[in-house]
Design a protein. Sequence first.
Length: 59
Amino acid sequence: MKQWNHLEAFLLDGHLEIDNNRSERSIKPFVSGRKNWMFSNTLRGARGSAIMYSVVETV
């Protein structure tokens, strides 16, 4: 019930996708190596990596 507004937005806007497969495929090259996880050993590092990858993929 807490997500009902998001569900309605998805149903009303044809541009919204039902899953995030496209975004997961687009960041796969970034996460495919061991060195990519070097700064993700803390919550802060993982959050920073997620922000960076999001910016890179949306530009």
